[in-house]
Design a protein around this ligand. Structure first.
Ligand code: NAD
Ligand code: TDX
Length: 335
């Protein structure tokens, strides 16, 4: 299914949770593809996520920041990069509330540097991995389509929206062949335990309290990370330049339901739930209309939520050493 013209791919942020899953997906499903992973290894980057691919002949890791224009330009030329998939980002909303600057630096300025160097080098496809959060918050009804106006509410989503506008401008102004995906909340293996699902699994496993913001009735549309990776791959190889594609898991759930399901799967008491102070500017509901990618590219999510969450809980149970090294900070001694 690969477009044979695109064999050499620069993936940024590949040591993060979606990036690592995506690199495994690309290398396994596309035997003609070579992947260069550029990642700064911030607190969220973990080379242990990529252990199974270390030394693979079609994979190379380079440590560096996407804002480093000399490094990016050199890498694109040296590796004869034909496509860029930008996953590198500061990705956690609570951190963006505590300190927005680094979000501007990486998510906005970093995207600009990547776009510019990729354009100058004649890269054939540029996929920006964005998020449903750029659309803002929904009431009880309706869902986000690709033409929903952007209305971001957190510093994180504002920076992702800023990047989306730059990507759009590079297509309109320079005719640079860009693509944008906007996906809902991911869960699955290798997710850093600051995000809702892994945090709750690990707290429950350790008999710690589960902090639920506000009334716990904020709704997210959950997608198993492997379904997101399949969608990214379809858009990368077959998407129409200049277009936006929404990606969603068809699994809308209030946070409280998620937490209760996790406790049940682990056989832990519901009394571990603690309602805590709400997140400022907390978006109430996200829901994705993914009919465009289904219709135009034939993508459908394969993982039902019940199966995906059970598999995710099993993964964290089976990979205690992985998350214990994150909690102790030892994962950053790996490199
Ligand atoms: P993550 O935080 O797990 O990983 C981000 C990765 O980017 C890390 O490996 C980090 O080291 C790297 N990075 C950060 N700053 C960098 C820089 N300046 N230069 C190079 N590398 C840098 O994030 P994730 O959850 O895997 O998300 C990946 C992408 O997908 C992000 O762009 C995010 O906005 C988007 N997204 C995430 C979700 C989700 O539910 N997690 C949903 C939709 C879209
Ligand atoms: O301790 C918590 N308690 C809680 O109630 C945490 C960490 C979260 N929450 C709530 C806030 C949200 O309503 O759970 C929901 C999910 O929170 P996060 O995991 O922080 O995700 P969210 O803010 O929805 O953003 C995520 O989805 C879209 C990713 O972090 C983004 O990178 C992605 O773009």
């Amino acid at each position: 299914m690969s477009n044979t013209a695109v064999n050499s791919i620069l993936v940024t942020g590949g040591a993060g949770s979606i990036g690592a899953n995506f690199i495994y997906y690309l290398v396994e499903k596309h035997p003609d593809v070579r992947v260069v992973n550029l990642d700064a290894l911030t607190y969220a980057g973990n080379l242990e996520n990529l252990k199974e691919i270390e030394g693979h002949p079609r994979y190379r890791f380079v440590r560096g920041r996407i804002q480093d224009n000399k490094l990016v330009a050199g890498l694109i030329r040296e590796e004869m990069i034909e496509a860029v998939v930008n996953l590198a980002a500061e990705s956690h909303v609570d951190r963006s509330i505590a300190g927005p600057e680094v979000f501007v630096e990486t998510n906005v300025r970093g995207t600009l540097v990547l776009l510019d160097e990729a354009r100058k080098a004649g890269v054939q496809r540029f996929l920006q991995v964005s998020t449903d959060e750029v659309y803002g918050s929904l009431g009880p009804d309706g869902s986000f389509t690709e033409s929903t106006p952007l209305a971001p509410n957190s510093p994180y989503s504002a920076c992702k929206a800023g990047a989306d506008f730059l990507v759009r401008a590079y297509y309109r102004t320079y005719g640079f062949p860009t693509l944008i995906t906007r996906c809902s909340n991911n869960y699955g293996p290798y997710q850093f335990p600051e995000k809702l699902i892994p945090l709750m699994i690990l707290n429950a496993m350790q008999d710690k309290e589960l902090p639920v913001y506000g009334d716990g009735m904020n709704v997210r549309d959950w997608i198993y990370v492997k379904d997101h990776c399949a969608a990214l791959s379809m858009v990368l190889f077959r998407g129409k330049p200049g277009d936006v594609y929404n990606i969603g898991g068809n699994a809308e759930k209030p946070n409280l339901d998620i937490v209760r399901i996790i406790l049940k799967l682990l056989g832990k008491p519901q009394s571990l739930i603690r309602f805590v102070q709400d997140r400022p500017g907390h978006d109430r509901r996200y829901a994705i209309d993914a009919s465009k990618i289904q219709r135009e590219l034939g993508w459908i999510p394969e993982w039902k939520f019940e199966k995906g969450i059970a598999r995710t809980v099993e993964w964290y149970m089976a990979n205690r050493a992985w998350w214990e090294r994150i909690i102790s900070g030892d994962y950053q001694k790996y490199y």
